[in-house]
Design a binder for this molecule. Structure first.
Ligand code: THU
Length: 141
């Protein structure tokens, strides 16, 4: 042993941030806790968790909470997101979260982890091939 601390790979660091955020999930209704961690283009990590509500429809997904937290800090460029959940298989992000992520990073690298260590990586452009985007609102002027 060299006595040196083992350093985590960038992927493992993002995964751990997603699982740490999952611990803060407020999910008393579904009992399905989710955490998400974004890596910004400046190398920062911004995390979110799902936040449910007694009015069920007001639940916020972890991915959208992470994007909102980053934007509130002035960070809008993202390289990747890690999602952690209590699912047996890595859960893909819901449709609303795909649309929200695509606003800022249309080809984001998305990696989802299950509680038992499985992982799957997708490109957001494959998960949401026909995103609604600014150019449809304004035309191609
Ligand atoms: N959830 C997320 O946080 N992210 C997703 O992409 C899918 C679903 C949350 C919302 C709700 O609190 C719980 O998981 C069950 O749907």
């Amino acid at each position: 042993m060299s006595g040196k601390e083992e350093s985590l790979s960038p992927d493992d660091e993002l995964r751990d941030a997603a699982f740490a955020a999952m611990e803060n999930a407020y999910a008393p209704y579904s009992r399905f806790r989710v955490g998400a961690a974004l890596r910004t283009s400046t190398g920062e990590i911004v995390a979110g968790c799902n936040v449910e509500n007694a009015a069920y429809g007001e639940a916020l997904c972890a991915e959208r909470v992470a994007v909102s937290a980053a934007v509130a800090r002035g960070l809008r460029e993202f390289d990747e997101i890690a999602i952690a959940s209590e699912s047996d298989d890595p859960a893909p992000p819901c449709g609303s979260c795909r649309q929200t992520m695509s606003e800022f990073a249309s080809d984001l690298k998305v990696t989802s982890y299950s509680k038992n260590g499985k992982k799957v990586t997708w490109r957001l452009s494959d998960l949401l091939p026909e995103a609604f985007a600014l150019n449809y609102l304004r035309g191609k002027e």
